[in-house]
Design a protein around this ligand. Structure first.
Ligand code: HPA
Length: 242
């Protein structure tokens, strides 16, 4: 049986995504991780809430190392992640899904590697940070479901938890970023270090600061997210079946 994990970001908590799931706890050298385990279409599927139960952990406090290590211990091969993002382009409107293909790291102070020197000096290739095979499955699934999506996009990860200034957004745009969020790094890197096939669907919840005329609130992010959750469920079910 295939072993697949979903890492649900902001707004994607749906434990009801799969029927008859059971809660399991995995202990790792970095801490314990609670997940839901279920079965769907010839696959064992694990659901992990990135921010912990009831969204308690802010982006800079998420235990990324424990989360990825737990998936590795569970022999997961593929990981489908979601990430709420702000859009840096008027062309990428709220409601759009983006199958990320590149990232830029602007975080400041997060443990971000399994290779901290205790197990030798290792440098991981990041030419294609996201698993091309899984990205392709997501792209085909979006097409068949007629979801409004972009085949690629560059994600800039900020430290948060505050939102960005318009000046920062202007700079990120010049640097080539398409969307901004606070959680995809170091998750994407750790997944690669753990040799997991990992892809992220970025969900545009708002225009980033200064792109839209109005002030950005967490409520706006959550309201727009709510309308996208049905599509993300359909997309993941189709991808898992594919
Ligand atoms: N900035 C950072 N993170 C986000 C945003 C944003 O505009 N929207 C959703 N997550």
């Amino acid at each position: 049986m295939k072993r697949i994990a979903i890492i649900g970001g902001t707004g994607v908590y749906s434990p009801d995504i799969f029927k008859n799931s059971k809660e399991i706890e995995v202990s790792t050298p970095y801490g314990n991780v609670t997940l839901l385990e279920s079965q769907h279409s010839e696959a064992i599927v694990y659901f992990l809430e990135r921010h912990g139960k009831n969204h308690k952990l802010p982006p800079h406090k998420v235990n990324y190392l424990a989360n990825i290590y737990a998936l590795k211990l569970l022999n997961v091969e593929r990981v489908l992640a979601t990430a709420a993002v702000g859009s840096l382009s008027e062309k990428l409107s709220p409601g759009t899904f983006i199958i990320l293909d590149q990232f830029i790291d602007f975080t400041k102070n997060r443990p971000s590697t399994f290779f901290d020197g205790s197990n030798g000096v290792v440098h991981i290739d990041m030419t294609e940070p996201y698993c091309p095979e899984l990205r392709n499955i997501l792209i085909q699934s979006c097409k068949s479901l007629k979801i409004n999506f972009n085949e690629k996009g560059t994600y800039v990860c900020t430290e948060g938890p505050r939102f960005e200034t318009p000046a920062e957004i202007k700079m990120f745009k010049i640097l080539g970023a398409d969307v901004v969020g606070m959680t995809n790094f170091p998750e994407v890197v750790l997944a690669r270090e753990a040799n997991l096939c990992y892809a992220t669907v970025a969900m545009v919840t708002n225009y980033a600061a200064g792109i839209s005329k109005s002030i950005l609130t967490h409520k706006e992010v959550m309201d727009n997210m709510a309308s996208m959750t049905e599509n993300i469920k359909k997309l993941f079910l189709t991808a898992i079946e594919g």
